[in-house]
Write a protein that binds this ligand. Structure first.
Ligand SMILES: Cc1ncc(COP(=O)(O)O)c(C=O)c1O
Length: 473
Protein backbone atom coordinates (compact mmCIF):
# COMPACT_ATOMS: atom_id res chain seq x y z
CA UNK A 1 0.00 0.00 0.00
CA UNK A 2 1.29 3.46 -0.89
CA UNK A 3 0.91 5.95 1.91
CA UNK A 4 1.63 9.11 -0.01
CA UNK A 5 -0.66 12.07 0.07
CA UNK A 6 0.02 13.00 -3.55
CA UNK A 7 -1.23 9.75 -5.02
CA UNK A 8 -4.22 10.00 -7.36
CA UNK A 9 -6.76 8.66 -4.88
CA UNK A 10 -7.59 12.02 -3.41
CA UNK A 11 -11.36 12.16 -3.84
CA UNK A 12 -13.86 10.22 -1.75
CA UNK A 13 -15.51 8.59 -4.76
CA UNK A 14 -14.85 5.03 -5.93
CA UNK A 15 -12.03 4.36 -3.55
CA UNK A 16 -11.63 2.49 -0.34
CA UNK A 17 -9.68 4.38 2.25
CA UNK A 18 -8.17 2.31 5.02
CA UNK A 19 -7.90 3.44 8.66
CA UNK A 20 -4.11 3.39 8.23
CA UNK A 21 -4.31 5.84 5.33
CA UNK A 22 -6.58 8.16 7.33
CA UNK A 23 -4.14 8.10 10.19
CA UNK A 24 -1.24 8.83 7.88
CA UNK A 25 -2.94 11.74 6.09
CA UNK A 26 -4.25 13.11 9.35
CA UNK A 27 -0.80 13.19 10.90
CA UNK A 28 0.75 14.51 7.70
CA UNK A 29 -1.68 17.36 7.02
CA UNK A 30 -3.99 18.20 9.90
CA UNK A 31 -3.13 20.44 12.83
CA UNK A 32 -5.57 19.56 15.61
CA UNK A 33 -6.57 22.03 18.35
CA UNK A 34 -4.01 22.35 21.15
CA UNK A 35 -1.40 20.32 19.23
CA UNK A 36 2.11 20.48 20.61
CA UNK A 37 3.89 21.37 17.39
CA UNK A 38 7.29 20.52 18.79
CA UNK A 39 6.19 16.92 19.34
CA UNK A 40 5.21 14.33 16.73
CA UNK A 41 1.44 14.06 16.28
CA UNK A 42 -0.25 11.33 18.32
CA UNK A 43 -2.44 8.55 16.88
CA UNK A 44 -6.01 9.75 17.28
CA UNK A 45 -9.12 7.61 17.59
CA UNK A 46 -10.74 7.72 14.18
CA UNK A 47 -14.47 8.16 14.14
CA UNK A 48 -15.90 6.66 10.97
CA UNK A 49 -19.60 6.27 11.71
CA UNK A 50 -22.06 7.53 14.27
CA UNK A 51 -25.71 6.87 15.05
CA UNK A 52 -27.78 7.99 18.03
CA UNK A 53 -25.40 8.12 20.98
CA UNK A 54 -22.91 5.65 19.48
CA UNK A 55 -19.68 6.14 17.58
CA UNK A 56 -17.78 3.57 15.56
CA UNK A 57 -14.03 3.79 15.10
CA UNK A 58 -12.01 2.84 12.02
CA UNK A 59 -11.80 -0.77 13.18
CA UNK A 60 -15.51 -1.28 13.76
CA UNK A 61 -15.41 -0.81 17.56
CA UNK A 62 -18.59 0.75 18.94
CA UNK A 63 -18.44 3.35 21.73
CA UNK A 64 -20.87 5.50 23.68
CA UNK A 65 -20.10 9.13 22.92
CA UNK A 66 -19.43 10.50 26.43
CA UNK A 67 -18.63 14.10 25.38
CA UNK A 68 -21.46 14.30 22.80
CA UNK A 69 -18.97 15.29 20.10
CA UNK A 70 -17.66 18.40 21.83
CA UNK A 71 -20.71 19.15 24.06
CA UNK A 72 -22.69 19.65 20.89
CA UNK A 73 -24.47 16.66 19.33
CA UNK A 74 -27.58 17.21 21.42
CA UNK A 75 -30.17 15.40 19.27
CA UNK A 76 -27.78 12.51 18.53
CA UNK A 77 -26.09 11.44 15.32
CA UNK A 78 -27.41 10.44 11.92
CA UNK A 79 -30.88 12.04 11.79
CA UNK A 80 -32.43 11.55 8.36
CA UNK A 81 -34.75 14.52 8.92
CA UNK A 82 -31.73 16.79 9.36
CA UNK A 83 -30.01 15.46 6.27
CA UNK A 84 -33.16 15.97 4.18
CA UNK A 85 -33.77 19.50 5.50
CA UNK A 86 -30.16 20.51 4.83
CA UNK A 87 -30.20 18.95 1.33
CA UNK A 88 -33.52 20.63 0.45
CA UNK A 89 -32.25 24.02 1.54
CA UNK A 90 -29.09 23.59 -0.51
CA UNK A 91 -31.19 22.87 -3.61
CA UNK A 92 -33.68 25.68 -2.87
CA UNK A 93 -31.18 28.41 -2.06
CA UNK A 94 -27.63 27.61 -1.08
CA UNK A 95 -26.32 30.93 0.13
CA UNK A 96 -27.26 34.57 0.47
CA UNK A 97 -25.01 37.45 1.52
CA UNK A 98 -25.91 38.87 4.95
CA UNK A 99 -24.44 42.23 3.85
CA UNK A 100 -27.15 43.13 1.36
CA UNK A 101 -29.80 40.36 1.33
CA UNK A 102 -32.01 38.56 3.81
CA UNK A 103 -33.25 34.99 3.68
CA UNK A 104 -36.19 33.09 5.05
CA UNK A 105 -34.48 30.49 7.31
CA UNK A 106 -32.31 33.11 9.01
CA UNK A 107 -35.20 35.51 9.71
CA UNK A 108 -37.43 32.69 10.92
CA UNK A 109 -34.66 31.39 13.17
CA UNK A 110 -34.21 34.87 14.66
CA UNK A 111 -37.89 34.96 15.52
CA UNK A 112 -37.92 31.46 17.02
CA UNK A 113 -34.81 32.03 19.14
CA UNK A 114 -36.18 35.36 20.40
CA UNK A 115 -39.30 33.47 21.59
CA UNK A 116 -37.10 31.21 23.73
CA UNK A 117 -34.64 33.70 25.22
CA UNK A 118 -35.17 35.19 28.66
CA UNK A 119 -36.25 38.82 29.12
CA UNK A 120 -35.84 41.21 26.22
CA UNK A 121 -33.00 39.47 24.39
CA UNK A 122 -34.41 39.80 20.89
CA UNK A 123 -31.71 40.96 18.47
CA UNK A 124 -28.95 38.71 17.25
CA UNK A 125 -25.85 38.39 15.11
CA UNK A 126 -25.45 34.92 13.65
CA UNK A 127 -21.88 33.64 13.62
CA UNK A 128 -19.89 30.60 12.54
CA UNK A 129 -19.48 29.21 16.05
CA UNK A 130 -18.88 30.11 19.69
CA UNK A 131 -15.58 32.02 19.48
CA UNK A 132 -16.90 34.57 17.03
CA UNK A 133 -20.18 34.82 18.96
CA UNK A 134 -18.06 35.87 21.95
CA UNK A 135 -15.99 38.24 19.79
CA UNK A 136 -19.18 39.76 18.47
CA UNK A 137 -20.58 40.28 21.98
CA UNK A 138 -17.37 41.94 23.19
CA UNK A 139 -17.00 44.09 20.07
CA UNK A 140 -20.63 45.15 20.47
CA UNK A 141 -19.94 46.30 24.04
CA UNK A 142 -16.93 48.34 22.86
CA UNK A 143 -18.85 49.79 19.89
CA UNK A 144 -21.74 50.81 22.11
CA UNK A 145 -19.47 52.48 24.63
CA UNK A 146 -17.72 54.39 21.84
CA UNK A 147 -21.07 55.61 20.61
CA UNK A 148 -22.16 56.53 24.13
CA UNK A 149 -19.04 58.68 24.44
CA UNK A 150 -17.20 56.55 26.99
CA UNK A 151 -14.34 54.96 25.06
CA UNK A 152 -12.48 54.23 28.29
CA UNK A 153 -15.08 51.64 29.35
CA UNK A 154 -13.39 48.68 27.61
CA UNK A 155 -11.95 46.36 30.23
CA UNK A 156 -13.49 42.91 30.42
CA UNK A 157 -14.01 41.03 33.67
CA UNK A 158 -13.52 37.31 33.16
CA UNK A 159 -12.60 34.31 35.26
CA UNK A 160 -9.87 31.79 35.71
CA UNK A 161 -10.94 28.44 34.25
CA UNK A 162 -13.44 30.15 31.96
CA UNK A 163 -13.26 29.17 28.29
CA UNK A 164 -14.69 31.41 25.62
CA UNK A 165 -12.97 30.32 22.43
CA UNK A 166 -9.89 30.44 20.30
CA UNK A 167 -10.08 33.69 18.33
CA UNK A 168 -7.71 36.39 19.62
CA UNK A 169 -10.32 38.25 21.66
CA UNK A 170 -12.19 35.18 22.95
CA UNK A 171 -8.88 33.52 23.90
CA UNK A 172 -7.83 36.69 25.73
CA UNK A 173 -10.81 36.52 28.08
CA UNK A 174 -10.41 32.76 28.61
CA UNK A 175 -8.78 31.62 31.81
CA UNK A 176 -8.45 27.90 31.20
CA UNK A 177 -4.95 26.62 31.78
CA UNK A 178 -3.58 30.13 32.08
CA UNK A 179 -0.17 28.78 32.99
CA UNK A 180 -0.05 26.33 30.08
CA UNK A 181 -2.36 27.55 27.33
CA UNK A 182 -0.92 31.06 27.26
CA UNK A 183 2.73 30.25 27.69
CA UNK A 184 3.51 30.55 24.01
CA UNK A 185 0.45 32.47 22.83
CA UNK A 186 -0.19 36.22 22.78
CA UNK A 187 -3.41 37.69 24.14
CA UNK A 188 -4.93 41.15 24.71
CA UNK A 189 -3.75 41.40 28.31
CA UNK A 190 -4.40 45.15 28.28
CA UNK A 191 -8.17 44.76 28.35
CA UNK A 192 -8.45 41.68 30.55
CA UNK A 193 -9.37 41.67 34.23
CA UNK A 194 -9.06 38.01 35.22
CA UNK A 195 -10.84 37.08 38.46
CA UNK A 196 -9.63 34.18 40.61
CA UNK A 197 -11.03 30.65 40.40
CA UNK A 198 -14.54 30.33 41.80
CA UNK A 199 -14.56 26.52 42.10
CA UNK A 200 -16.23 25.68 45.46
CA UNK A 201 -14.17 22.47 45.58
CA UNK A 202 -11.09 24.63 46.20
CA UNK A 203 -12.42 26.46 49.23
CA UNK A 204 -10.40 26.10 52.42
CA UNK A 205 -11.42 23.25 54.69
CA UNK A 206 -14.22 24.28 57.02
CA UNK A 207 -15.37 27.21 54.87
CA UNK A 208 -19.07 27.13 53.98
CA UNK A 209 -20.34 27.51 50.42
CA UNK A 210 -22.02 30.77 51.52
CA UNK A 211 -18.74 32.22 52.78
CA UNK A 212 -17.02 31.10 49.57
CA UNK A 213 -19.71 32.84 47.56
CA UNK A 214 -19.22 36.04 49.63
CA UNK A 215 -15.49 35.86 48.98
CA UNK A 216 -15.92 35.41 45.22
CA UNK A 217 -18.44 38.24 44.93
CA UNK A 218 -16.06 40.38 46.95
CA UNK A 219 -13.19 39.52 44.56
CA UNK A 220 -15.31 40.89 41.75
CA UNK A 221 -16.46 44.03 43.53
CA UNK A 222 -12.94 44.78 44.78
CA UNK A 223 -11.69 44.55 41.21
CA UNK A 224 -14.42 46.84 39.91
CA UNK A 225 -13.56 49.38 42.58
CA UNK A 226 -9.80 49.17 42.08
CA UNK A 227 -9.96 49.44 38.27
CA UNK A 228 -12.92 51.84 38.28
CA UNK A 229 -16.40 51.00 36.99
CA UNK A 230 -15.96 53.68 34.33
CA UNK A 231 -13.22 51.50 32.80
CA UNK A 232 -15.08 48.19 32.81
CA UNK A 233 -17.33 47.40 29.86
CA UNK A 234 -18.44 43.83 30.46
CA UNK A 235 -18.35 40.74 32.62
CA UNK A 236 -18.31 37.49 30.65
CA UNK A 237 -19.25 34.27 32.43
CA UNK A 238 -20.30 30.75 31.54
CA UNK A 239 -23.21 29.72 33.81
CA UNK A 240 -21.19 26.53 34.38
CA UNK A 241 -17.50 26.71 33.49
CA UNK A 242 -17.50 23.72 31.19
CA UNK A 243 -14.06 23.24 29.62
CA UNK A 244 -12.53 24.43 32.91
CA UNK A 245 -13.91 21.20 34.44
CA UNK A 246 -17.69 21.61 34.83
CA UNK A 247 -17.30 24.13 37.65
CA UNK A 248 -20.62 25.13 39.18
CA UNK A 249 -20.43 28.45 41.02
CA UNK A 250 -21.73 28.46 44.62
CA UNK A 251 -25.47 29.09 45.10
CA UNK A 252 -26.33 32.77 44.84
CA UNK A 253 -23.21 33.69 42.87
CA UNK A 254 -25.00 34.28 39.56
CA UNK A 255 -27.64 36.57 41.04
CA UNK A 256 -25.15 38.57 43.06
CA UNK A 257 -22.70 39.07 40.17
CA UNK A 258 -25.63 40.05 37.96
CA UNK A 259 -26.59 42.62 40.58
CA UNK A 260 -23.04 43.99 40.72
CA UNK A 261 -23.12 44.46 36.94
CA UNK A 262 -26.38 46.38 37.21
CA UNK A 263 -25.07 48.50 40.06
CA UNK A 264 -21.87 49.47 38.19
CA UNK A 265 -23.37 49.65 34.68
CA UNK A 266 -21.36 46.71 33.36
CA UNK A 267 -22.80 44.54 30.56
CA UNK A 268 -23.39 40.96 31.71
CA UNK A 269 -22.57 38.45 28.95
CA UNK A 270 -23.71 34.93 29.68
CA UNK A 271 -21.69 32.54 27.52
CA UNK A 272 -24.18 29.73 26.97
CA UNK A 273 -22.27 28.04 24.15
CA UNK A 274 -22.46 24.78 26.12
CA UNK A 275 -25.49 25.28 28.37
CA UNK A 276 -28.06 26.52 25.82
CA UNK A 277 -30.28 24.25 23.75
CA UNK A 278 -31.06 21.61 26.31
CA UNK A 279 -27.88 20.61 28.12
CA UNK A 280 -29.45 21.62 31.47
CA UNK A 281 -33.02 20.80 30.41
CA UNK A 282 -33.95 24.27 29.10
CA UNK A 283 -33.50 26.31 25.94
CA UNK A 284 -31.31 28.70 27.92
CA UNK A 285 -29.98 28.10 31.43
CA UNK A 286 -29.33 31.68 32.61
CA UNK A 287 -32.83 32.39 33.86
CA UNK A 288 -34.41 28.92 33.98
CA UNK A 289 -31.63 27.38 36.11
CA UNK A 290 -29.76 30.30 37.66
CA UNK A 291 -32.43 32.99 37.92
CA UNK A 292 -30.72 35.77 35.97
CA UNK A 293 -31.52 37.69 32.81
CA UNK A 294 -28.24 38.69 31.15
CA UNK A 295 -27.74 41.60 28.76
CA UNK A 296 -26.21 39.38 26.08
CA UNK A 297 -26.22 35.61 25.58
CA UNK A 298 -23.79 33.81 23.31
CA UNK A 299 -24.63 30.34 22.00
CA UNK A 300 -23.44 27.82 19.38
CA UNK A 301 -22.92 24.02 19.57
CA UNK A 302 -26.41 22.72 20.51
CA UNK A 303 -27.99 25.40 18.30
CA UNK A 304 -27.54 23.04 15.33
CA UNK A 305 -26.58 19.99 17.42
CA UNK A 306 -23.22 20.15 15.65
CA UNK A 307 -24.67 19.11 12.26
CA UNK A 308 -23.26 22.28 10.69
CA UNK A 309 -21.38 25.19 12.26
CA UNK A 310 -23.38 28.13 13.64
CA UNK A 311 -23.45 30.43 16.66
CA UNK A 312 -25.20 33.58 17.79
CA UNK A 313 -24.71 36.63 20.00
CA UNK A 314 -28.15 37.66 21.28
CA UNK A 315 -28.53 41.22 22.55
CA UNK A 316 -31.16 42.79 24.79
CA UNK A 317 -33.57 45.49 23.63
CA UNK A 318 -32.34 47.60 26.55
CA UNK A 319 -28.84 47.73 25.04
CA UNK A 320 -30.14 48.21 21.50
CA UNK A 321 -32.35 51.15 22.43
CA UNK A 322 -29.32 53.29 23.26
CA UNK A 323 -28.64 53.94 19.61
CA UNK A 324 -29.95 57.15 18.16
CA UNK A 325 -32.07 56.02 15.22
CA UNK A 326 -32.07 59.41 13.46
CA UNK A 327 -29.57 58.15 10.92
CA UNK A 328 -27.99 61.58 10.49
CA UNK A 329 -24.45 60.25 11.11
CA UNK A 330 -23.22 56.84 9.95
CA UNK A 331 -22.01 54.71 12.86
CA UNK A 332 -21.80 51.20 11.44
CA UNK A 333 -21.22 48.17 13.65
CA UNK A 334 -18.53 46.81 11.33
CA UNK A 335 -18.79 43.23 12.48
CA UNK A 336 -20.12 40.27 10.52
CA UNK A 337 -19.18 37.18 8.63
CA UNK A 338 -19.64 35.84 5.10
CA UNK A 339 -21.66 33.04 6.64
CA UNK A 340 -23.73 35.05 9.17
CA UNK A 341 -27.27 33.68 8.94
CA UNK A 342 -26.24 31.06 6.37
CA UNK A 343 -29.53 29.61 5.10
CA UNK A 344 -28.31 26.03 5.34
CA UNK A 345 -27.07 26.47 8.92
CA UNK A 346 -30.26 28.33 9.87
CA UNK A 347 -32.31 25.47 8.40
CA UNK A 348 -30.31 22.99 10.48
CA UNK A 349 -30.98 25.08 13.61
CA UNK A 350 -34.71 25.29 12.85
CA UNK A 351 -34.88 21.53 12.25
CA UNK A 352 -32.94 20.95 15.45
CA UNK A 353 -35.51 23.02 17.36
CA UNK A 354 -38.37 21.15 15.64
CA UNK A 355 -36.91 17.81 16.70
CA UNK A 356 -36.28 18.99 20.26
CA UNK A 357 -39.85 20.23 20.56
CA UNK A 358 -41.56 17.30 18.89
CA UNK A 359 -39.61 14.70 20.89
CA UNK A 360 -39.85 16.58 24.19
CA UNK A 361 -36.06 16.50 24.59
CA UNK A 362 -36.00 19.23 27.26
CA UNK A 363 -38.47 17.27 29.41
CA UNK A 364 -36.47 14.12 28.77
CA UNK A 365 -33.28 15.80 30.07
CA UNK A 366 -35.15 16.93 33.17
CA UNK A 367 -36.40 13.34 33.67
CA UNK A 368 -33.08 11.51 33.32
CA UNK A 369 -30.68 14.12 34.76
CA UNK A 370 -31.29 13.18 38.44
CA UNK A 371 -30.31 9.56 37.66
CA UNK A 372 -27.25 10.73 35.71
CA UNK A 373 -26.17 12.97 38.59
CA UNK A 374 -26.81 10.25 41.18
CA UNK A 375 -24.67 7.71 39.35
CA UNK A 376 -21.91 10.30 39.00
CA UNK A 377 -21.94 11.19 42.69
CA UNK A 378 -22.07 7.53 43.75
CA UNK A 379 -18.77 6.96 41.96
CA UNK A 380 -17.35 10.06 43.62
CA UNK A 381 -18.38 8.82 47.07
CA UNK A 382 -17.13 5.27 46.55
CA UNK A 383 -13.56 5.67 45.28
CA UNK A 384 -10.65 7.43 47.05
CA UNK A 385 -9.07 8.37 43.78
CA UNK A 386 -12.00 10.65 42.92
CA UNK A 387 -11.76 13.95 44.77
CA UNK A 388 -14.91 15.54 43.41
CA UNK A 389 -17.86 14.42 41.30
CA UNK A 390 -19.98 17.32 40.10
CA UNK A 391 -22.43 18.28 37.45
CA UNK A 392 -25.83 19.60 36.51
CA UNK A 393 -28.32 18.41 33.90
CA UNK A 394 -26.50 16.13 31.46
CA UNK A 395 -23.14 17.66 32.23
CA UNK A 396 -20.72 15.92 34.58
CA UNK A 397 -17.11 15.74 35.70
CA UNK A 398 -15.02 13.37 37.78
CA UNK A 399 -11.93 15.01 39.23
CA UNK A 400 -9.06 12.72 40.27
CA UNK A 401 -6.87 13.31 43.32
CA UNK A 402 -4.13 10.90 42.39
CA UNK A 403 -1.56 13.66 42.80
CA UNK A 404 -2.35 14.93 46.29
CA UNK A 405 0.61 15.79 48.49
CA UNK A 406 3.30 16.03 45.78
CA UNK A 407 5.23 18.95 44.30
CA UNK A 408 3.57 21.12 41.63
CA UNK A 409 6.02 19.82 39.06
CA UNK A 410 5.20 16.17 39.74
CA UNK A 411 1.50 16.94 40.11
CA UNK A 412 0.93 17.84 36.47
CA UNK A 413 2.57 14.62 35.32
CA UNK A 414 0.56 12.41 37.72
CA UNK A 415 -2.66 14.32 37.00
CA UNK A 416 -2.18 14.00 33.26
CA UNK A 417 -1.54 10.29 33.70
CA UNK A 418 -4.84 10.00 35.54
CA UNK A 419 -6.75 11.59 32.65
CA UNK A 420 -4.86 9.55 30.08
CA UNK A 421 -5.36 6.26 31.98
CA UNK A 422 -9.08 6.93 32.45
CA UNK A 423 -9.39 7.71 28.76
CA UNK A 424 -7.69 4.44 27.81
CA UNK A 425 -9.58 2.32 30.36
CA UNK A 426 -12.93 3.73 29.20
CA UNK A 427 -12.25 3.51 25.48
CA UNK A 428 -11.28 -0.15 25.51
CA UNK A 429 -14.59 -0.85 27.29
CA UNK A 430 -16.66 1.10 24.77
CA UNK A 431 -16.92 4.64 26.16
CA UNK A 432 -15.28 7.74 24.77
CA UNK A 433 -14.55 10.35 27.47
CA UNK A 434 -12.90 13.74 27.37
CA UNK A 435 -9.87 13.88 29.63
CA UNK A 436 -8.79 17.35 30.85
CA UNK A 437 -5.59 16.92 32.88
CA UNK A 438 -6.91 15.15 36.04
CA UNK A 439 -10.58 15.31 35.04
CA UNK A 440 -12.99 13.39 32.85
CA UNK A 441 -15.98 15.31 31.59
CA UNK A 442 -19.20 13.97 30.09
CA UNK A 443 -21.95 15.60 28.11
CA UNK A 444 -23.59 12.80 26.12
CA UNK A 445 -26.23 13.38 23.45
CA UNK A 446 -29.41 14.50 25.21
CA UNK A 447 -31.40 11.57 23.83
CA UNK A 448 -29.46 9.15 26.07
CA UNK A 449 -31.89 6.83 27.89
CA UNK A 450 -31.93 5.74 31.54
CA UNK A 451 -30.45 2.33 30.57
CA UNK A 452 -27.77 3.91 28.41
CA UNK A 453 -26.81 6.17 31.30
CA UNK A 454 -26.36 3.02 33.38
CA UNK A 455 -24.25 1.43 30.65
CA UNK A 456 -22.10 4.54 30.54
CA UNK A 457 -21.55 4.77 34.29
CA UNK A 458 -20.96 1.00 34.60
CA UNK A 459 -18.03 1.37 32.21
CA UNK A 460 -16.84 4.46 34.01
CA UNK A 461 -16.88 2.69 37.35
CA UNK A 462 -14.91 -0.28 36.00
CA UNK A 463 -12.41 2.18 34.55
CA UNK A 464 -12.04 4.02 37.88
CA UNK A 465 -11.37 0.69 39.63
CA UNK A 466 -8.72 -0.23 37.05
CA UNK A 467 -6.99 3.14 37.27
CA UNK A 468 -7.12 3.17 41.07
CA UNK A 469 -5.57 -0.31 41.21
CA UNK A 470 -2.84 0.68 38.77
CA UNK A 471 -1.98 3.92 40.52
CA UNK A 472 -1.84 2.24 43.92
CA UNK A 473 0.29 -0.70 42.78
C1 LIG B 1 -18.40 28.31 26.77
C2 LIG B 1 -17.74 28.31 25.43
N1 LIG B 1 -17.67 29.44 24.74
C3 LIG B 1 -17.11 29.50 23.52
C4 LIG B 1 -16.56 28.38 22.95
C5 LIG B 1 -15.92 28.46 21.59
O1 LIG B 1 -16.76 27.88 20.65
P1 LIG B 1 -16.20 27.42 19.21
O2 LIG B 1 -15.23 26.32 19.47
O3 LIG B 1 -17.45 26.99 18.49
O4 LIG B 1 -15.57 28.60 18.57
C6 LIG B 1 -16.61 27.16 23.63
C7 LIG B 1 -16.05 25.93 23.05
O5 LIG B 1 -15.91 24.90 23.66
C8 LIG B 1 -17.21 27.12 24.91
O6 LIG B 1 -17.26 25.99 25.63
Amino acid sequence: MTLKSDQNNNTLENITITPEQVQFWDKEHIIHPWSDLSDSPPDMTQIQKAKGIYLEDGHGNKMIDGPGGMWCVNIGYGRREMADAIANQIMTMTYSSPWFTSNQPSALLGKRIAEKTPGDLNSMVFTNGGSDAVDTALRFVMYRNNILGRPEKKQILCREKGYHGSSFLAASVSGTGREHDRRFMDTHEDIVQMLPNINPYLRPEGMSAEDWCDAKVKDMEDRILSVGADKIGAFIAEPILSSGGVIIPPPGYHKRTRELCRQYDIVYISDEVVTAFGRLGHWFASEAVFGIIPDIITCAKGLTSGYVPMGAAIISDALMKDFDKSGDVARPFTNGYTYSGHPVAATAALTNMDIMEREGILDHVQDVAPHFQQRLRDIGDKYDIIGDARGEGLLGCLEGVAASGVSEEKKLQIDSNFGYMMDEACEKRGLLVRPIINMCVFSPPLIITHDEIDAMFNILEEAVIEVQDKLKS
